[in-house]
Design a protein around this ligand. Structure first.
Ligand SMILES: NC(=O)c1ccc[n+]([C@@H]2O[C@H](COP(=O)([O-])OP(=O)(O)OC[C@H]3O[C@@H](n4cnc5c(N)ncnc54)[C@H](O)[C@@H]3O)[C@@H](O)[C@H]2O)c1
Length: 459
């Protein structure tokens, strides 16, 4: 095997989650037709499910979690099919719901797309049930700690689902999602998980080359999400502890999962996808060096993990939230015949070891994968077909990131089976109002307990 080369591309600027491409109705129709032709048909829906639509052929959509991504995904659902109507919204913070509603109305005023009224704006911890009950398709875009609860309920109610990644923050949540996924399969409900690289053309091209054996067997890889970090929502006066944690959710592991889960899952997921397996074990290191202080909760600001896969392949995974450092968000793999570089900026570079370009793809006009997810989802629903079943890989990629976090928090080597056997549970069952007890409490100085490798147990 020749010496694997890695060409370093400029750091990727991540698209904002609310970014929706400007597309005409004609673009939409063309894309839908193409998508309908390429989607893998799992099976036709039974008659009862193919009657997806409400009155007058409308496809009713509800959004649960009306922040940046929920608002963006609602727009993408609307853009995906002319019959989509947003009928209900659910939130725990009324002002966030109103802001999202305002953004949607600014875009769709007078277009008969957003049919949400005061009576179908639901606020509170059980708001999700009321919104889900009204819809044919639900968009689940709260922070990930609540995803298992919401997904389970949506499937029980027989709804098609778009849910954001990660799909849980703990092992108990993963098991719940996998079980609900089985039920969704039996009910032939389409489920899309927001790991949008699976819907991005350059990634699909690379997947095809791997399947065709053009790069041989993948033996190693490096996956990166090194960036400056994200927003902080400082504590406000008169907030309860739970209210504070749910607003500033990024910094609390029970609701966010830590950034190895919340962002780096995208890159870890590509490793699982391209290697066609989940890792058998992980070991790594991490901590918080630059991002400290009360408003940064207790998550780490860097993790480095080695994931070992079933054939002995090793994937090195890095994620960092530190300002002023080199940023890099992409995935690199070495195969026995060539190597791969791919990133969310539509880039794919695949080189044979003889120096030849197997693929040099820039995808300048490619459709936004956030839109593509919804185009494929609504095309499947409209066709009355069960084509999309992303739950298992969504859960496995989430679990892979949880395994990595367990390794960095504890400083131990952990196998997949050991991690699954822990039944780690971080999200309490009894959260019913902002007066419920938050699962983690600050000390007298307002600081939260941070994991200490070598001392913190992974279970
Ligand atoms: N695929 C992607 O590239 C991508 C991009 C951005 C965000 N996301 C994912 O989307 C999810 C949301 O992220 P965001 O950036 O929109 O965050 P956000 O904070 O802007 O929005 C989340 C909203 O959910 C609400 N919420 C919290 N708990 C709730 C509950 N129990 N019931 C109802 N509403 C609840 C919050 O109040 C908040 O308004 C996360 O899982 C994130 O990882 C994915």
């Amino acid at each position: 095997m020749g010496h694997p080369h890695q060409r370093i591309l400029k750091p990727t600027r991540m698209k904002k989650s609310t970014e929706t491409p400007k597309r005409t109705r004609r673009d939409f129709l063309e894309t839908s037709v193409k998508v309908a032709g390429t989607g893998a048909l799992l099976s036709a829906l039974p008659i009862s499910m193919s009657a997806y639509a409400g009155a007058a052929g409308e496809i009713k959509v509800a959004v649960v979690g009306c922040g940046g991504r929920g608002t963006g995904a609602a727009m993408q659902a609307i853009e995906a099919d002319p019959d989509v109507r947003l009928v209900a919204m659910a939130e725990v913070f009324g002002d966030r719901l109103e802001q999202s509603y305002k953004n949607l109305m600014e875009r769709y005023q007078g277009k008969n797309k957003v049919l949400v009224t005061n009576a179908t704006k639901f606020v509170g911890f059980d708001a999700y049930k009321k919104a889900i009950d009204m819809a044919d398709v639900v968009i689940l875009t709260t922070p990930p700690g609540f995803r298992p609860l919401h997904f389970e309920y949506a499937v029980q109610q027989g709804k098609h689902v778009f849910m954001e990644k990660p799909v849980a923050t703990d092992v108990v949540g993963i098991k719940r999602v996998l079980e609900a996924g089985k039920m969704a399969r039996q009910k032939k409900l389409n489920v899309v998980v927001g790991l949008q690289r699976h819907y991005q053309k350059n990634y699909r091209k690379v997947e095809q080359l791997i399947k065709e054996g053009k790069v041989g067997d993948l033996v190693s890889g490096q996956v990166y999400w090194n960036s400056a970090g994200v927003w902080v929502r400082p504590r406000k006066e008169a907030q309860t502890e739970l209210e504070y944690q749910m607003l500033n959710w990024y910094y609390f592991t029970w609701i966010c999962g830590d950034h190895i889960l919340e962002q780096h899952i995208h890159n870890i997921d590509v490793a699982n996808w391209f290697l066609g397996a989940n890792p058998v074990s992980a070991q790594g290191m991490g901590g918080r060096e630059t991002r400290k202080g009360k408003d940064h909760g207790h998550i780490f600001d860097h993790h480095f993990v080695e994931f070992v896969y079933p054939q002995g392949q090793v994937i090195s995974s890095q994620c960092r939230h530190q300002r002023g450092c080199m940023n890099r968000v992409e995935e690199v793999f070495q195969g026995t015949k060539g190597n791969i570089l791919v990133n969310s900026g539509n880039r794919a570079l695949v080189k044979g070891y003889g120096g030849s370009d197997i693929l040099d793809y820039k995808g300048e006009n490619d459709i936004n994968p956030y839109q593509q997810e919804h185009n494929e989802l609504f095309a499947a629903i409209k066709a009355g077909e069960h084509r999309l079943d992303n739950t298992e890989y969504g859960a496995n990629s989430t679990m892979t990131a949880i395994l990595g976090r367990m390794a960095t928090y504890s400083g131990q080597q952990i196998t997949w089976d050991e991690a699954m056997a822990t039944n780690l549970k971080l999200v309490p069952d009894d959260l019913s109002s902002f007066n419920s007890k938050a699962p983690i409490q600050p000390d007298a100085n307002g600081n939260y307990p941070v994991a200490i490798p070598g001392k913190t147990r992974f279970s």
